[in-house]
Ligand binder design. Structure first.
Ligand SMILES: *Cc1c(COP(=O)(O)O)cnc(C)c1O
Length: 398
């Protein structure tokens, strides 16, 4: 094959999908794959969901793009629905998760600036974090592998070890303005932040006048069985970045904030050409129609339980392949004993898709519309992959 005309930034699997239906993807040659990666937690309502298709089509026939020079009723409606369903009073729409984080960072900095504290631009983040690929968000994530070769690290991000309260308290100083954390580290290996720790973060922020920023780009919009993962801890943030699941496959994100936290964001100081575009908003509203419907999140929790119990049983049966099961709702991680890449390709041999994460973890993120029967189908495929891997181990040790 001729060399690709694309940047060499992705090591792609040699799979070409032509279409999708619900939790299934179908290749050009008609092979069906169970898609429990969901485009990395994006296709929350499944592929080709009729309600989303209809929403996108009917908007496409009316108007695609306007810019934020004019009022966009669907944007106003989506903001209102997000605000009504959360802690937030205000929303700003973006095109991606990283941009939602950029907005969150700018909002926090402007807040302190407008209160006469421009020096409070430092944000504390946690080791293993992932917040995106822009110059600011790689600095926030703090992972050397993403920063190397991209010039000086953007200023104002101080990182402490995951879960280390003493280190956190020691890192807070007169320049600190906010804490930024994912309720469950996704890319970092499906590592949940203990609820008690989340509550402690809220308490510290209240006590010291800091803003709590949550990155719910991966954990949000029903993924963990609550609309947002922080609800499990019974706390609310001041600012929150979302994306991925909210678009159901249409790329967009949002920064949500309380009126107080957003009070520094005045006309003209932040903007976007595409953010809040009518096509994106039509999709976002259609996703919310589904996710906010009665019983939907309850069903996510029920199916997640089936999945999790099945995975726990597999862990007991294949202790040399599976070390641990972690996560919440339908953001599940299999910490592998074998290289996680081997388990992923073993699952792919069984026509099932999942996603790599840090810490040698296989991420399982099915569409939220997955049924218990489809979850059991996924478990059977993971079981067969584990059987093959453990048989190979026996052969090697014989
Ligand atoms: C995916 C992700 C991002 C970045 O989102 P993009 O849309 O790729 O820019 C940021 N934070 C978390 C937690 C994510 O999972």
């Amino acid at each position: 094959m001729a060399e690709s005309a694309l940047f060499d930034t992705f090591a792609r699997a040699p799979l070409r999908f032509e279409r999708g239906e619900g939790v299934w993807l179908v290749t050009e040659s008609g092979e069906r794959y169970l898609d429990f990666g969901a485009g990395v937690a994006v296709t929350s309502c499944g592929h080709a969901n009729p309600h989303l298709v209809e929403a996108l089509k009917s908007q496409a026939e009316k108007v695609w793009h306007l810019s934020n020079l004019y009022e966009i009723p669907e944007q106003e409606r989506l903001a209102r629905r997000l605000v009504d369903a959360t802690f937030a009073d205000k929303a700003f729409f973006t095109n991606s998760g990283a941009e939602a984080l950029e907005c969150a960072i700018k909002t926090a900095r402007r807040y302190h600036y407008s209160k006469g504290h421009p020096e409070k631009f430092h944000i504390i983040t946690f080791e293993g974090a992932f917040h995106g690929r822009t110059i600011a968000t790689i600095a926030a994530g703090g992972q050397e592998k993403y920063m190397e070769g991209f010039g000086p690290k953007a200023e104002g991000f101080d990182q402490v070890p995951f879960g280390d309260l003493d280190a956190l308290n020691a890192a807070i100083n007169e320049n600190t303005g906010a804490l930024l954390i994912e309720p469950i580290q996704g890319e970092g290996g499906v590592r949940p932040v203990p609820k008690e720790f989340m509550r402690e973060l809220r308490r510290i922020c209240d006590e010291k006048g800091l803003l709590l920023i949550l990155d719910e780009v991966q954990t949000g919009v029903g993924r963990t069985g609550k609309l947002f993962a922080h609800e499990w801890a019974g706390i609310t943030p001041d600012i929150m970045a979302i994306a991925k699941g909210i678009g159901g496959g249409f790329p967009f994100g949002a920064c949500l904030a309380t009126a107080e936290a957003a009070s520094g964001m005045k006309p003209g100081i932040h903007g976007t050409t595409y953010g809040g575009n009518p096509l994106a908003m039509a999709c976002g509203n259609a996703v919310l129609d589904i996710v906010l419907a009665d019983g939907f999140l309850e069903n996510v929790r029920d199916v997640a339980l089936v999945f999790r119990q099945g995975l726990a049983a597999l862990k007991d049966r294949f202790p040399t392949v599976i070390e641990d099961i972690r996560g919440e709702g339908l953001l599940l991680g299999i910490k592998a004993k074998v290289p996680a890449g081997d388990l992923i390709s073993g699952m792919r041999d069984q026509h099932m898709l999942a996603v790599m994460a840090g810490d040698n973890v296989v991420r399982i993120l099915p569409p939220l519309v997955v049924t218990a029967e489809e979850a059991r189908e996924g478990l059977r495929r993971i079981e067969r992959a584990a059987e093959v891997l453990s048989a190979e181990q026996l052969k090697k040790s014989a």
